[in-house]
Design a binder for this molecule. Sequence first.
Ligand code: XLS
Ligand code: NI
Ligand code: NI
Length: 435
Amino acid sequence: MTYFEKIEKIKYEGPKTKNPIAFRHYNPEEIIAGKSMKEHLRFSIAYWHTMTQDGSDPFGNPVNQRNWFGETPMETAKNRVEAFFEICEKLGAEYFCFHDVDIAPEGDSLAEFFENLDEITDLIKEKMDQTGIKLLWNTANMFSNPRYVNGAASTNHANVYAFAAAQVKKGLDLSKKLGGENYVFWGGREGYETLLNTDMGFEQDNIARFFKMAIAYGEKIGHKPQFLLEPKPKEPSKHQYDFDAATAMAFIQKYNLTGDFKLNLEANHATLAGHTFEHEIAVARTYGALGSLDANQGDVLLGWDTDEFPTNIYDTTLAMYEVLDNGGIAPGGINFDAKVRRSSFAMEDLFLAHIAGMDTFARGLKAAAKLKEDKFFEDLKAERYSSFKSGIGAEIVAGKEDLESLTNYALNQSEVDMPSSHIEYIKSVLNDYLI
Ligand code: XLS
Ligand code: NI
Ligand code: NI
């Protein structure tokens, strides 16, 4: 059975090709800075945006044309597995990600949901064995079901907390069954509406208790994926506890989760928090906590999580520069947490959009590798901080100075001779690397 009859395996045809269903920049086996492009990029396809997103928005009905609907929700779920692996294989994406609710219907009870998950993951496992496609991460959707109206691990109701725990236990069982390399927590409703009825400290303590239970359960079943926390400042909650990378790191450190948790950074979440994607990646990298990336982009004119496919080479270059500085992203990857625009409703748009995203990251990788090879930023930074390499600067770094000794030093100096940063020049040279 094939769902995309007219589409063959996507090939690299180079920048001059006129074939829209071909890579123009992503050449999986091409070696860049000592590794193949596919090893650098570790592309992953998101089950939710690809298989279950229907193109509806708060003002409009579903528009996406999809050919995998069956007679029952379970039949549809099974068809989706077939279609999904066809997409991953044809795109040459070696990883995928899912929420529990993306792959199987919830049915009428938690027990029925779990049975459905077992049946569908049997099928997914078969497909994984056949194709060699691997699970980058899975997660539990603890935000759609009405019970999570006030959060999951940060809920005010202990029974809801228990349901959330059951979903995560199941999620870890499935992660073990499918050999998941990471496990994600994105706290969509782990936040609050108003402090008037919220005990923030208590809710955060409960989230930490929840994470410790997940770590303990992983140890118990002998399966330890890299746990990842995915920051986002708002949406759906007004205030989300994992606002950005720095806030998430403060939480991780406060509750002694440093050895078990890293971060999954998403481009559109960064911009919603008032940061650039590369800022968030740099924060994580600086803390030794860069886990994985959710690739997408926002719209500067819209203040919500539009989850567009990444097409901005400037952003992907600076993101990939950080990844190279980190020595790579594994066991994380680059997961397209991105959806086709509402007007891109055709089946083939799923391919066109992923090709656009993969090509954009490929270009970013190539430009970033060249920047590194030429030591462009490196030399710039070395020069900029050169006063700390010798004399008083070197003494400061070595911890040999104090406020008194520095006061004596400063009193004997005439004014500081600060060189200009020439920012515009730097940006114009960066442009030469991009195009
Ligand atoms: C939503 C998040 C979500 C996570 C996984 O904004 O990006 O898709 O990646 O729950
Ligand atoms: Ni995400
Ligand atoms: Ni998002």
